[in-house]
Design a protein around this ligand. Structure first.
Ligand SMILES: C[S@@+](CC[C@H](N)C(=O)[O-])C[C@H]1O[C@@H](n2cnc3c(N)ncnc32)[C@H](O)[C@@H]1O
Length: 304
């Protein structure tokens, strides 16, 4: 349990991040023993391209230190939700930090916010929501896949996120809505579902007047249908954004400089260049506000 609070020393049971390089980042559970494929309890040894690490050797070390592997070294870092997003076990497609940061800002989340999320998926976004709303906020997250809901609940508990901060429910929100939290009058709803329009009437029911909604959809046809239903369901200030990041690589380069007399000399410049690969389309993010003068609605508005 090392996500919610800053710690200096690694303890047994912590989740730590083993950082080999920008593209080689692994989560590790600091437990001295593990169960192998034959079901026997053996020493927990983690294999990397730079050799093996005896996981129990991490206990007592300071976060941020360099640790020896049998053929090299790695950094052992405290977990943050951004690092977790880079290395978490994928049970589904996930949201990445550029989209996540926009979602957290546009939903106006802060410590104490109450949030509804569907589906939970691999919990990538959930970790960032939890970091933002803790210590006294609430995240009610739903998934209709029982295995994914159970795995997310276990993972949150392992990371130190428990009830009442986070509640994971196994439920089809398009068919059944968010009823257990209907009385909570939440500040924000986030939907990452194939048919989000079927959940908007239910979201309208749990959202407080003036609350914000965000919907992630890969296809523009989904955006159009979603917007139509949002406008018929007392939402306004709708906005759709595609978040494309262009990273620049700042580096020294040497170029020939030609003088008027024909002489050429080599000169070193600090330049900025677009990175060789640029992440492409992830999806469209649609945001809206429930009209502050909207009357509380106890039964979902169902619009087909
Ligand atoms: C793309 S994943 C969500 C990923 C998540 N945003 C993340 O960052 O890890 C979509 C999830 O929605 C769930 N889902 C799809 N339809 C649903 C429904 N009607 N009710 C609840 N969950 C649903 C799926 O089981 C899946 O786990």
């Amino acid at each position: 349990m090392s996500f919610p609070e800053f710690k200096t020393k690694i303890e047994r049971g912590d989740t730590v991040i083993l950082y080999l390089s920008v593209t080689s980042i692994f989560p590790l559970q600091v437990e001295p023993k593990m169960t192998n494929k034959k079901g026997s309890l053996v020493d927990n040894i983690f294999q990397t391209v730079y050799g093996a690490l005896r996981v129990s050797d991490l206990e007592g070390q300071r976060y941020g230190t360099k640790v020896a592997l049998s053929k090299g070294w790695a950094l052992v870092l405290a977990p943050t939700c951004d690092l977790w997003t880079q290395c978490l076990p994928h049970r589904t497609q996930i949201l990445y930090t550029p989209d996540i940061s926009l979602i957290v800002a546009q939903l106006e989340l802060r410590p104490g916010s109450k949030v509804v999320e569907a589906g939970t998926g691999s919990g990538s976004l959930s970790h960032s929501i939890l970091r933002t709303v803790k210590p006294d906020g609430e995240l009610h997250t739903f998934d209709f896949h029982e295995g994914r809901a159970d795995a997310a609940r276990e993972e949150f508990a392992l990371h130190g996120y428990k009830e009442p901060l986070v509640r994971v429910a196994h439920r089809d929100v398009c068919a059944l809505g968010f009823d257990p939290v209907a009385a909570a009058s939440v500040d924000a709803v986030f939907l990452d579902l194939p048919c989000p329009w079927d959940a908007i009437g239910h979201a309208r029911k749990v959202l407080r007047p003036g609350g914000r909604i965000a919907i992630f959809s890969p296809c523009v046809e989904q955006v159009v249908r979603t917007k139509e239903v949002l406008l018929k369901s007392d939402f306004f200030e709708t906005e759709t954004i595609e978040c494309l990041c262009k990273e620049l690589s700042v580096q020294y380069r040497t170029h020939g400089k030609l003088h008027l007399d024909g002489n050429e000399e080599q000169e070193r410049y600090l330049t900025s260049l677009p990175c060789a690969s640029i992440p492409g389309h992830s999806g469209f993010l649609t945001f809206a506000t429930l009209k502050p003068w909207a009357t509380p609605c106890r039964s979902p508005i169902l619009i087909s």
